[in-house]
Design a protein around this ligand. Structure first.
Ligand code: ZN
Length: 339
């Protein structure tokens, strides 16, 4: 078995590992697709810390089940599965009652525990979700992004025709905009990178605003007919501060901060902003409860994710891809690894 392991900032190695036994309730997977994610890049760059060292990178994978351990009923040899990054701790009261999505100390593959940038893995059966035949393996690498976007949209509880400003045209932001359109809301997507806004437009987003070239507040004022946005989604990794994104919400509006732990740039907001404008702000850092809905959206082709794959690489090229994306963070939107 081979795994891409990180030993410290800039030090990633392809290690030969012993093959793991398939324990009770676990499945052995032959990984077919993985990806180089934002957290992999931040860990590689020394910006984000890991729970242990060395640590196998990789938040997610698509894989074929090659062996099922004792007690495994829902999965069998030959099944195609996706492993989202979330893994229940197994000891809290939510986990004990089978509600892993509510785990109080959810672990993340590739950050808190060994990840999935490897050729074979043994995981608990509850961490692997079977994919319907209609879902492309490459697309399923985006399951987590769709799930977290669905979770954010559910928090906002928007109605048809309402305006939602999305600050940050990253993968989650562009998927959020597509989900908003699917539910007949009006997304307005904001970013400083013209090529990201063009991609959003190609995927059906009508209102895009470049926050370097335009006065965003004025644009949102005019798009919403002077009402300002019913809701704001701020991507935690967005370059602009959260306080700026909140300026686009109407009085009494709602906001959700979305992103993975450890990737936030600037989330400082004076509480008097919330008070004066009567804003409701919530945080969403995972989509564990929306994984099945995300797979359904992929099966029904309700979101397009393939256009966001900027590069496909082989397993041996992961080290070079990490070094390149750490040096040029905006060059690739999503790097898919095909084994
Ligand atoms: Zn738990």
């Amino acid at each position: 078995m081979k795994a891409w392991r990180i030993y410290g900032a800039g030090d990633v190695r392809l290690d030969e590992m012993k093959s793991e036994p398939v324990g009770e309730g676990c499945v052995k997977l032959k990984i077919t697709h993985s990806s180089v994610s934002l957290t992999d890049r931040l860990i590689y760059g020394g910006v984000m810390q890991t729970a242990k060292s060395p640590l196998t990178l990789g938040r997610t994978c698509v894989a074929m089940v090659t062996e099922a351990g004792e007690g495994v009923q829902s999965l069998g040899r030959g099944d195609l599965v996706v492993v989202p990054p979330y893994s229940g701790c197994g000891v809290c009261s939510a986990c004990k009652s089978g509600r892993f999505g509510d785990c109080i100390q959810m672990l993340t593959y590739g950050v808190d525990e060994d990840g999935l940038l490897r050729d074979f893995a043994v995981v608990p059966q509850i961490d692997a979700v079977k994919l319907p035949d209609r879902v492309n393996a490459e697309d399923a690498v985006f399951t987590e992004h769709i799930a977290i976007a669905i979770a954010a949209m559910q928090r906002l509880n928007l109605e048809k025709g309402e305006h939602v400003v999305i600050a940050g045209a990253n993968v989650i932001g562009i998927i959020l905009a597509q989900i908003a359109i699917y539910y007949q809301m009006v997304p307005v997507i904001i970013d400083e990178r013209a090529e990201r806004l063009e991609l959003a437009e190609r995927l059906g987003v009508y209102y895009t605003v470049n926050n370097v070239q335009e006065d965003v507040k004025q644009r949102v004022f005019s798009i919403t007919g002077g009402r300002m946005a019913d809701a704001v989604v701020h991507l935690a990794s967005a370059a602009q501060p959260l306080a700026k994104s909140l300026e686009y919400a109407k009085k009494g509006g709602r906001a959700v901060v979305v992103g993975w732990n450890g990737v936030a740039v600037d989330l400082n907001v004076p509480l008097n902003t919330m008070l004066f404008r009567q804003l409701t702000i919530e945080g969403v850092n995972n989509g564990a409860r929306s994984v099945k809905s995300a797979i359904n959206m992929l099966a029904q082709k309700s979101v397009a994710v393939a256009p966001m794959i900027s590069k496909q690489i082989g397993f041996d090229a992961v080290g070079a891809a990490l070094a390149e994306s750490a040096a040029l963070p905006d060059k690739y939107m999503k790097i898919v690894v095909k084994l």
